[in-house]
Design a protein around this ligand. Structure first.
Ligand code: GLC
Length: 606
C-alpha cells in the first residue's frame, strides 16, 4: 500500500469514528471517572428526595407580560421569545425594574429548610443569557449587545448570596445553567432576536469556550457546587455541541462529588448523565435503570408570572410529591420569585403546609425507595428494609385498607403516633390494616407496616368504590406486553393528561385487572379513551371471559371521551368463588394503532 492510501484510510476511519461518536453520545461522553464514581456521588441525592428549584432572573420583572400584553404561555422565563424582544430592549426595560429591594437569601433558605427540602437548584443564568452570578468573562462584563450579562446590583452577587444562605442551612446547592443563549452572537441560536452584524457567521468554538469558562466560575468561585443542571439540548445540538467532554473532564476534578443532570444531551429521559429530568410530569412507571428527579411548578410557570393564578392545591402538590417518590424519583418543586426578590404568597403557604406534613412524616420520604406495588386504591407506598410506608390519600369508609403482601406483620402504626399499634389481619394472601380514626394533619395520613422476613408481594386486587363502581385504569392494570403497549403519562406540554395505555397494535398485548367486590347484579361497562386521527380499531372487554366488543372511533379532538360498551351480569357465585377478572384486548386495529385508552369503568345498575 502506498503511503497516500494508508493516510486516506486513516482519515476515513477517523471521520467515520467521530461522526458516529457525534450522533450517539456515550454516557458522560465516555469519561470513566464519572461512571466509576456514580453510585457514591449520588448517595446524598437518593437520601434527600426533595429539593427546591428557583427560577429567578430579569424575566421576573416582566412577569409574563410585554408592553401590557399578556403572554399566556406556561413559561414566563421565555417572555423574550414569546414577545420577540431584541436583547438590548429587553435589557433596557427590565434591568431597572429588577430592583431585588426585598431580597433576603436567608429567608428563602429558611423557607426551603422548613419545608423539608434538602437541596436547591438555582438558575445561575437562563436562556436570555443574563446571569445571577458575577461572571468575570469579558463578554459578561461588557458586550456591545446589551452592555453586559451580570444583573446583580453593584457590590452584590445574588447567586453567591443564595449559595451561602442555603449552604449554611445545610442544604446541597446546584446551579441550573442554560446552554441556550439568546444574547451571545456565537451561540447556536445566534442573534435570533437581535440584528445581526452584516455577514457575521457565529463561531461556536468561541461560545463553547464561554460555556466552559462560566461553568468553571460556578465550580470554583463559590462555596460549593453540588449539582450542575445544564439546560437544554436538541437532536441537532447536544453532547459535543457544547464541548461537553472538555467540561466534564475538568468539572469532576474541580468538584469530585458533583452530580450532573442529563440535559447536556437530548431527551428528558436520556440515560447519559447522573439524573433524568422529567419536566412537569411523573413518569407512570418511574424510570427503571436510572436515577431521576421530576420538577414541578406550583402554578403553571417556572418564572414569576403576574397573571398565572392557577395555583395547585396543597393536596395536589402532595400527590405529585408522594407519587414521584413512590416511583423512585426526587421531587424538585419550583418557586418563581418576583423582581423585588419576594416569593409569591401562595407558594409560601403551600411550602408551609408541606413543612408541617414533613415535620411528622419525613421518615416516609428521606432515603426511601420505590413502591413494590403498582397502582393502589388508597394511595401510594414507599419503603425501607423491613418497613412499608403507606400514604393514604383516600381512606375507605370501612376504615380498612388492603396491602397486597403475604408477610407476617411485626407491628403497624400511624407515623404520627408510633406507640399506637393498629390491628392487622391476614386474609386471602394479603394484609388488611385497620386505620386509626384520627386525622393527624392535612394531606395524606401515614401508616407504617413493619413486616417479618423478605417482602412477599401478592396479586393485587382493585377494590370497588363506595358507590359500588369499579374503576380500572392504566395505573392499576397488570400490563402484559411483548414490547408493544406501555403506560404513557402526561408530558410537559400536557401536564394534566391522565396515564393511558398506548402503543397498541399487537394482538398479543393485553391488560387485566382482578377485582374485589361483593355486589352482584347488572353493571354498565364504559371505556375511556382519547380519540386521535389515524388511530382506531376494535377492543374486546372480557368480564370473567364474557366478551363485549367496542369500536373505538378516530377523530382529531384529542380529548378524553367515555363511551358505553354494553352491560354485564355479575352473579353472587362469581363474586364469591372465582372473583372477577377483567381483561382488555385488541380485536382489530385500523390505522397505525389504537388510540390511547385510560381504562374501563363498571357501574352498577339499579
Ligand atoms: C426547560 C425550559 C425552561 C425551564 C426548564 C425547567 O427546558 O426551557 O424554561 O427552565 O426547562 O425544567
Amino acid at each position: 500500500m502506498t503511503k497516500k492510501l494508508i493516510l486516506g484510510l486513516v482519515v476515513c476511519l477517523v471521520i467515520n469514528f467521530s461522526s458516529h461518536a457525534q450522533s450517539k453520545s456515550e454516557p458522560y461522553e465516555g469519561l470513566k471517572e464519572w461512571q466509576d464514581t456514580k453510585e457514591q456521588r449520588i448517595e446524598w441525592f437518593n437520601e434527600a428526595r426533595f429539593g427546591m428549584f428557583i427560577h429567578w432572573g430579569l424575566y421576573a420583572a416582566a412577569g409574563g407580560l410585554w408592553n401590557g400584553e399578556v403572554y399566556p404561555q406556561h413559561y414566563s422565563e421565555w417572555i423574550q421569545a414569546w414577545a420577540k424582544v431584541p436583547s438590548k430592549e429587553y435589557s433596557e426595560v427590565l434591568k431597572p425594574q429588577f430592583t431585588v429591594e426585598n431580597f433576603d437569601a436567608n429567608y428563602w433558605a429558611e423557607v426551603a429548610k422548613d419545608a423539608g427540602m434538602r437541596y436547591v437548584i438555582i438558575t445561575s443564568r437562563h436562556h436570555d443569557g443574563f446571569s445571577l452570578f458575577n461572571s468575570e468573562e469579558p463578554f459578561a462584563l461588557h458586550n456591545d449587545v446589551t452592555g453586559g450579562t451580570n444583573i446583580s446590583p453593584k457590590g452584590r452577587d445574588l447567586y453567591g448570596e443564595l449559595v451561602s444562605a442555603f449552604k449554611s442551612q445545610g442544604l446541597k446547592v446546584g446551579a441550573y445553567y442554560s446552554l441556550l443563549d439568546w444574547q451571545h452572537p456565537d451561540s447556536y441560536e445566534g442573534f435570533q432576536f437581535n440584528e445581526n452584524k452584516k455577514g457575521y457567521t457565529p463561531n461556536h468554538q468561541i461560545y463553547k469556550q464561554y460555556l466552559y469558562n462560566q461553568i468553571k466560575e460556578l465550580a470554583l468561585n463559590y462555596e460549593t457546587l453540588d449539582v450542575l443542571w445544564p439546560d437544554f439540548s436538541r437532536k441537532d445540538s447536544e453532547g459535543e455541541a457544547w464541548g461537553t467532554r472538555e467540561i466534564l473532564k475538568d468539572l469532576i476534578k474541580w468538584r469530585p462529588n458533583i452530580l450532573v443532570n442529563n440535559r447536556f444531551w437530548n431527551g428528558l429521559e436520556n440515560k447519559n448523565g447522573d439524573l433524568g429530568t422529567p419536566e412537569k410530569y411523573v413518569p407512570p412507571t418511574g424510570l427503571p435503570g436510572m436515577y431521576w428527579e421530576a420538577s414541578h411548578t406550583m402554578n403553571e410557570s417556572y418564572g414569576y408570572s403576574k397573571h398565572d393564578k392557577n395555583w395547585k392545591s396543597f393536596d395536589k402538590i402532595m400527590e405529585l410529591f408522594v407519587e414521584t417518590v413512590s416511583k423512585g424519583g426526587n421531587f424538585l418543586l419550583n418557586v418563581g420569585p418576583d423582581e423585588k426578590g419576594e416569593l409569591p404568597q401562595p407558594a409560601i403557604e403551600i411550602l408551609e403546609q408541606v413543612g408541617k406534613w414533613m415535620a411528622v412524616n419525613s421518615e416516609s420520604i428521606y432515603g426511601t425507595s420505590a413502591s413494590p406495588f403498582y397502582g393502589l386504591d388508597w394511595g401510594y407506598c414507599t419503603q425501607k428494609p423491613g418497613k412499608l410506608f403507606l400514604h393514604v390519600f383516600e381512606s375507605p369508609k370501612s376504615g380498612v385498607i388492603t396491602v397486597p403482601i403475604t408477610n407476617e406483620v411485626k407491628n403497624a402504626y400511624p407515623l404520627a403516633e408510633t406507640e399506637f399499634s393498629l390491628a392487622t389481619q391476614r386474609v386471602e394472601g394479603s394484609v388488611e390494616l385497620s386505620l386509626s380514626e384520627k386525622r393527624y394533619h392535612q394531606g395524606p395520613q401515614l401508616y407504617v407496616i413493619e413486616y417479618i422476613g423478605e417482602l412477599e408481594v401478592s396479586e393485587q386486587k382493585v377494590a370497588s368504590k363506595e358507590d359500588g363502581s369499579i374503576v380500572l385504569t392504566a395505573d392499576n392494570a397488570k400490563v402484559s406486553s411483548s414490547n408493544g403497549i406501555y403506560i404513557k403519562g402526561a408530558s410537559h406540554n400536557y401536564p394534566d393528561k391522565p396515564n393511558c395505555i398506548a402503543g397498541w397494535s399487537n394482538k398479543e398485548d393485553y391488560v387485566s385487572w382482578n377485582i374485589n367486590s361483593n355486589r352482584p347484579g347488572t353493571y354498565k361497562v364504559l371505556i375511556n379513551y382519547i380519540p386521535e386521527e389515524n388511530k382506531s380499531g376494535q377492543v374486546e372487554v372480557l368480564v370473567n371471559e364474557k366478551p363485549l366488543r367496542y369500536q373505538l372511533s378516530s377523530s382529531s379532538t384529542n380529548k378524553m371521551v367515555e363511551a358505553e360498551v354494553g352491560n354485564v351480569e355479575l352473579t353472587q357465585a362469581e363474586l364469591g368463588s372465582t372473583g372477577i377478572h377483567v381483561a382488555l384486548k385488541l380485536h382489530q386495529v385500523q390505522g397505525d394503532e389504537l388510540p390511547e385508552i385510560q381504562g374501563v369503568r363498571l357501574v352498577p345498575q339499579k
